[in-house]
Design a protein. Structure first.
Length: 91
């Protein structure tokens, strides 16, 4: 999922479903979506807060060894749990 690619609709549904069954992560998911969004995301059509393609490619390369690998939905949930814990520690 580098600069020219986007996550598949199937992956979006799978990842969203994985997060939806964890209501305690909804706020964290929204916050991470905004925190990771490329600067000025609202100025480009469609105005969707997406992570910077280079950053996302780097994270996927380090996690899966392939910048085109779509994240596993369970890994998205684990990441959000980690973010929630880290945010709690920062308070």
């Amino acid at each position: 999922m580098t600069a020219g690619t986007r996550p598949s609709a199937r992956w979006i549904v799978r990842a969203a479903t994985a997060v939806l069954v964890h209501p305690g992560l909804w706020w964290t998911a929204l916050m991470q979506l905004l925190v990771l969004a490329s600067p000025g995301w609202w100025r480009h059509w469609p105005p969707v807060p997406r992570p910077d393609a280079a950053y996302l490619g780097f994270r996927l390369q380090t996690a899966y060894g392939d910048p085109e690998h779509e994240p596993e939905p369970a890994d998205v949930v684990d990441y959000l749990k980690w973010c929630r814990r880290m945010r709690g520690l920062a308070r």
